[in-house]
Design a protein around this ligand. Sequence first.
Ligand code: LLP
Length: 383
Amino acid sequence: MTKFPVDRFRQQPTPFYYYDLSLLHRTLDEIDKASSAYYGFKVHYAVKANYNPRILKEISRYGLGADTVSAGEIAAAVEAGFAAGDIVFAGVGKSDEEIAYALKTGIGCFNAESVPELEAIMDIASGMGVVAPVALRVNPNIDAHTHHYITTGLSENKFGIDMSMLAGVVDMCVASPAVSLRGLHFHIGSQITDMKPYEMLCQRINSLQDEYRGKGIIFDTINVGGGLGVDYADPDSVPMPDFKEYFDTFHRNLRLMPGQELHFELGRSVVAQCGSLISRVLYVKEGVKKRFAILDAGMTDLIRPALYQAHHMIENLTSQSDETSVYDVVGPVCESSDCFGEGEMLPVTRRGDIMALRSAGAYGESMVSRYNCRRQPSSYFSE
Ligand code: LLP
């Protein structure tokens, strides 16, 4: 259970992100234990979830690879100590400069998402006299039953190569001296808490593998992306997902070929629960129908509620009251969607109280914006 150093918080300007590093370490230990039970399982951390330099350094020390989506993320990963060969580079819109930078850095693999992108990688690699390692991102048309903004594996999404077009793209790679085809890549969505979509993904991969083995093609790696969800409603009781169940699901359902590696790209499940956004109550405002607790943190500091109707547990860390009251907890930004929770039952809350928005370690600090000319929140660590 995260213990907050509230006395320290009182001295600090708010809002800021606070990271419980002991929980991060326990989570990484558990990932290591659960994944190393199986031969060839390798986890890449999805840098987009949180690229705070200290967090990246802590994660790189555990020997994870890095899953990146821009030259900036590649640079941040290298700077934090991730080995270049353990970096994969995904994304539907890699620019020529980013492709050249990734080749120069010597990354482990491009996850290519379309024919024109593959052509650009081939052109740039042959111009540089190098061979680009690539995996093809396949869109498996699986519904991950998650928020429509974070589902990625359906035919209607912009991501990946449609299964019906895959054979032609594989042939294109095999025929080109500028790329070396390493594997297939998938990612069906994010905040997935039910293992069924992953079981379906395994079945799709098994049949694809059978098809390609028939043609004499065996991939070095299969990459199943990320997406494992966390418990936003009860972060203290469930401080990390069941990693054993997750890796077991792939072990039981996926038929790997001898020597083949299975890659995972976990973001949220690594960092979400170790981070909280700490904020002060500026005002308690009595409306006609509602009572508002107005915080100094807003959607610019944590956009998930405004963008995905996500709910982060709200905790008053300083109220001494035994009584409760109902509040709409809102931010100061000039948008009605700048609301962290409606009808929140909280201990009686006053101006100056310190509040924690929990489970904010993933897609919190990494999605901060400067809208309204707001200051970037700083970050503090438990140790
Ligand atoms: N691999 C690929 C190709 C991805 O697109 C993503 C996330 C991941 C791995 C990591 O997924 P994770 O394990 O973190 O679920 N901002 C949204 C989430 C967007 C996820 C984008 N892709 C949110 O706050 O819910």
